[in-house]
Write a protein that binds this ligand. Structure first.
Ligand SMILES: [Zn+2]
Ligand SMILES: [Zn+2]
Length: 124
């Protein structure tokens, strides 16, 4: 059975994400979305390290990423990238989009890298 998580929330929506008890159910969930919403966005599933269940999410075109236990200044979970290269690619995309420089740093808590907005005030 799928159910709404009480631990995990969508990065964009802030709403509880759908959780699946097994890989098979997550795959079913992906197929359901494909059939019913005619989404051309490729979806993927992952085992959540936070709640232990499976979630599905749109496959990022640019990089594979997941969420970390680290929180940003707004208390939101931040994206974790497996490799420095993936994080740099993401930082470059964000910089182009927003016109703000982004930095990449190694996660202090787990294995991976984060992208952060460069704090211009502290560099003065
Ligand atoms: Zn979760
Ligand atoms: Zn982290």
């Amino acid at each position: 059975m799928s159910f709404k998580s009480d631990k995990c929330f969508g990065v964009m929506s802030g709403k509880p994400v759908t959780s699946y008890e097994s890989e098979e159910e997550a795959i079913d969930g992906i197929n359901y979305i494909k059939d019913h919403f005619n989404k051309s966005v490729p979806m993927s599933y992952y085992k959540c390290s936070k709640c232990g269940y499976y979630h599905i999410s749109p496959k990022s075109r640019e990089t594979e990423s997941k969420l970390c236990d680290c929180k940003d200044e707004n208390g939101e979970a931040i994206q974790l990238y497996d490799t420095r290269k993936a994080a740099i690619i993401r930082a470059t995309v964000l910089a182009k989009k927003t016109g703000v420089r982004h930095n990449v740093y190694a996660c202090p808590k787990s294995t991976g890298f984060h992208v952060t907005i460069e704090n211009l005030d502290s560099s003065k």
